[in-house]
Design a protein around this ligand. Structure first.
Ligand code: HEC
Length: 149
């Protein structure tokens, strides 16, 4: 009897990792390459792709109850704001807008999210890295200014 009750009480907790209030973010996969030339793509892969693309690598700790929700929420929000896996599908205006935002966020050290860097030191960008990304956003915006949709 007590065992049954215990099992009953434990069930909701055990089921937590199978509940995904922020949608099926873990099921979305894409092998589409991230934008940029080789140097920029490498930086975006290292510092942004886990949140802003469908090439997320989910670490073991991401399956812990509650932690999993916090991370799925970040990834869902990040992809809503900007999803590198669908870069080609953005309009010219959207791309220009996103490029401007990328430059600002990176230069102000707002992205990658500081709390992410605690667990992912490999995603930290040096000043030189930031400059490479910023120069790329400027060059891309210049190129897009001459593009008609
Ligand atoms: C830990 C996950 C995570 C990582 C890694 C990350 N981002 Fe974000 N990003 C978010 C979330 C969540 C939002 C939406 C909420 C916000 O703006 O803080 C966001 C928003 C953005 C926005 C839109 C901001 C706005 O207000 O317009 C841009 C641009 C952006 N990120 C760029 C980047 C770039 C570039 C990188 C890599 C250098 C990066 N992010 C890395 C989670 C992440």
């Amino acid at each position: 009897m007590t065992t049954k009750l215990l099992l009953l009480a434990a069930f909701p907790v055990l089921a937590l990792p199978f509940v995904h209030p922020f949608g099926p973010v873990r099921q979305e996969h894409s092998s589409a390459p991230l934008p940029g030339d080789a140097a920029v793509t490498a930086l975006l892969e290292r510092a942004c792709q886990n949140c802003h693309s469908e090439r997320t690598e989910w670490p073991r700790y991401s399956y812990l109850p509650l932690v999993s929700w916090a991370l799925e929420k970040d990834v869902a929000e990040a992809r809503q704001n900007m999803n590198f896996s669908h870069w080609d599908q953005y309009s010219v205006d959207d791309k220009k807008d996103l490029l401007a935002r990328i430059g600002t966020e990176v230069r102000n050290h707002q992205m990658p999210l500081p709390r992410y860097l605690m667990l992912h030191p490999e995603a930290r960008l040096s000043d030189a890295d930031i400059q490479v990304i910023y120069e790329w956003t400027k060059a891309e915006r210049r190129a897009l200014r001459n593009t008609r949709e």
